[in-house]
Design a protein around this ligand. Structure first.
Ligand SMILES: [Zn+2]
Length: 174
């Protein structure tokens, strides 16, 4: 599985709810973790795997040896967010080499379904909460560039142009 890179239109499409909790979903989740670890990430949303589904995986440890940190969330939604916010540096596997500080609520409470369709409720804060919110944005077609400060948008513009250039070259060759 290859990670979908900006500006692939699949990153902006509507994502459908996960409805079948079966062996295909388990295989997809395994592939997503594998792609995430291989590219040194801590989270991956289904649209980044080329599938427009409301599914995300992450592991704040970013280490396959620490699989107890792995989370699989289907159809997640935020039911509460803290008024407190903070800034933290983020990257995104769909934007290799681009990093910027993003402001987000420090804590969120969420509801989701697990890999087997069982409802689950979690309270996430700090790094855990930040990764989750970044991945949830992907399920809404929101990318971290949308949340950057105006000065960061200017700073990273040449890198975005480079990604767009690579994308159109690859598409022309396909
Ligand atoms: Zn991302």
């Amino acid at each position: 599985m290859e990670v979908v890179l900006y500006p692939d239109p699949r990153l902006r499409r509507r994502n459908a709810p996960v409805q079948r909790f079966d062996a295909d979903l388990e295989a997809l989740v395994r592939d997503m973790f594998e792609a995430m670890y291989r590219t040194k990430g801590v989270g991956l949303a289904a649209p980044q795997a080329g599938l427009n589904l409301r599914l995300l995986v992450y592991n704040p440890e970013g280490d396959p040896a620490k699989s107890q940190g792995e989370r699989v969330l289907c159809n997640p939604r935020i039911v509460w967010r803290s008024r407190d916010k903070d800034w933290g540096e983020e990257g995104c596997l769909s934007f290799p080499g681009i990093f910027a500080r993003i402001e987000r609520p420090t804590a969120v409470h969420i509801e989701a379904q697990d890999l087997h369709g069982q409802p689950t409720r979690l309270e996430l804060a700090d790094w855990d909460g930040r990764i989750f919110q970044h991945e949830l944005d992907h399920l809404e077609g929101i990318l971290f560039i949308d949340r950057m400060t105006p000065s960061d948008k200017v700073r990273i513009k040449p890198l975005l142009d480079e990604l767009a250039e690579k994308f159109s070259t690859a598409r022309a060759q396909a």
